[in-house]
Design a protein around this ligand. Structure first.
Ligand code: TMP
Length: 203
């Protein structure tokens, strides 16, 4: 049996990636999951990382806690599903750490990549769907309900710019799609890009 595909959705706040991840996962009967928070440990880390009013978290601790969430996620959920032949659709992956901690927090993409290389034991997503739109312009706007969403415009501009740099550096792994449009329009965009790449039937 061949291993499943590991498909990541990435993008800034309000890009609609959670909705699109859900639609794709249903269509291809994939395991739908998320970072941070896909496991029991991850749910606790998510609360510590994103909860307004939780203890202060510095940039390096933030990077390591995101990586810890991811290490558990890949070992407990992602890898077993892939090995059983099931596709996995993840709402965010290590590329979020490269953009947010590496780019926007200023820790450097290469440093954050090497922490994650170790945490993931080399298990990077097979394909990254980047839903691209200017910060704040996404279909879901920008709520201010968690700690990272509350960061200022400059932070979110840096996230956006770093994602585009990451995509340009790995054109074979990234599919960059316009995030603006109706849910149906964007999901069709996602489907045709992936169906094209993987030779999926139009079901
Ligand atoms: P979301 O999944 O609801 O978009 O929220 C997750 C938040 O955490 C979002 O602001 C991006 C941020 N994040 C990082 O900063 N680094 C990471 O590695 C991950 C997975 C998420």
């Amino acid at each position: 049996m061949s291993a499943g595909l590991y498909i990541a959705f990435e993008g800034g706040e309000g890009s609609g990636k959670s909705t699109q991840a859900k639609i794709l996962a249903k269509r291809i009967d994939a395991l739908l999951t998320l970072e941070p928070g896909g496991t029991e440990l991850g749910a606790q880390l998510r609360k510590l990382l994103l909860g307004v009013g939780e203890a202060p978290v510095g940039s390096r601790a933030e990077t390591l806690m995101m990586a810890a969430d991811r290490a558990q996620h890949v070992e407990e959920l992602v890898e077993p599903a892939l090995q059983s032949g099931r596709h996995v659709v993840s709402d965010r992956t290590a590329y979020s750490s490269l953009a947010y901690q590496g780019g926007a927090r200023g820790l450097g993409v290469d440093a954050v990549r090497s922490v994650n290389e170790w945490a993931l034991a080399g298990r990077w997503p097979d394909v990254v769907v980047l839903l691209d739109c200017p910060p704040g312009a996404g279909p879901r706007g920008r709520r201010s309900s968690d700690r990272l969403e509350q960061e200022g415009d400059e932070f979110h501009q840096l996230v956006h710019a770093t994602y585009l740099e990451l995509a340009a550096a790995e054109p074979d792994r990234f599919v960059v799609l316009e995030a603006l449009g109706s849910i149906a329009e964007v999901s069709e965009r996602v489907w045709s890009a992936l169906a094209d790449r993987f030779g999926w039937d139009d079901t």
